[in-house]
Structure formats: C-alpha cells, structure tokens
Design a protein around this ligand. Sequence first.
Ligand code: NI
Length: 163
Amino acid sequence: MKLTLIGDPVLREKAGPVEQFDDSLRQTLDGMVKLMRKKSGVGLAAPQIGIKKRFFVVQVPGEEPLFFVNPEIIGTSMEMSGFEEGCLSVPGVWGVISRPSSIQIQAQNGDGKFFRLSADGYLARIIQHEYDHLNGILFVDHFDEKQSAKYQKKLNKAEPAKK
Ligand code: NI
C-alpha cells in the first residue's frame, strides 16, 4: 500500500461505488488506518492509495478510527468555519479552508451496514476533506487567489496541465 501524490491522475478521478463487502475491503480499510497513523494523518481516502472506489478512514486523535464506505453527505450547516488543512497527498502545502461547520453523513461500514452520523468541529472538517477525495477534489481547489498564488509554482509543477 503506497500513498499517491498530487500529479497522479487517480486523485483527479471520480471514484466508483463499493459493491463487495468482503475480507479484501476490510483488510484494505485496516491497512489504510495503519498507513494513516504511520504518516501522522487524520484521514485517508481510497484514491490516496490508488484505489478508485468510494471509501475513506478517519481518526480524530484520541478516538477510535471510523470507516466510511459509499458515503453521502446528506446535510450541511449554513454556518461556515475556517480551519487550516493539509493533505498527505499534497506535501508541504497548508491553508485555511472555509467549509460548513457541521454535516450529516450516511455511509456503510466495512460489513455493509448503513449508519448515519452528525459531525461538527474537527471531525466534520476531516470528513468533508476525505469526501472531496472521492470526487477528485483536492483541498487546494478551495484556495482563494492569495493562497493559490503562494503555492502556484509548486502546484503547477505537480499538475502542469491544470489552469
Ligand atoms: Ni487529503
């Protein structure tokens, strides 16, 4: 299991649904938690290990890891908040991103069981960042002009075709 980095096309593709809830999926989820911890991350999405499927793992420090398979964000708050983000697939880049402060999400776990979760604060933040990965969106896409300008050289080098 290897981390994909910005410039890898898999990070820009829309991931497809998971249809098989088998041992291979559960082993992949466990492996992702290990890799995420090793890299001191708080979330990791399947495209970040080169898999074009809709699942991610999240772990708020001090809490148990959470698995989201075929997730759908079904509600977002009107209230927005800003928080500094980074991404294991975009090393050396950080920026404050504005996102809804709280969300409601529906997903399946590694066994295919459906659940719903309301999240706010740090957890809501991480979930939205990981959810974006399933749609080929990176956090730098949310940058304002000033932030983009700051990292323009680095980002253009990683993704030369992107305007
Ligand atoms: Ni990320």
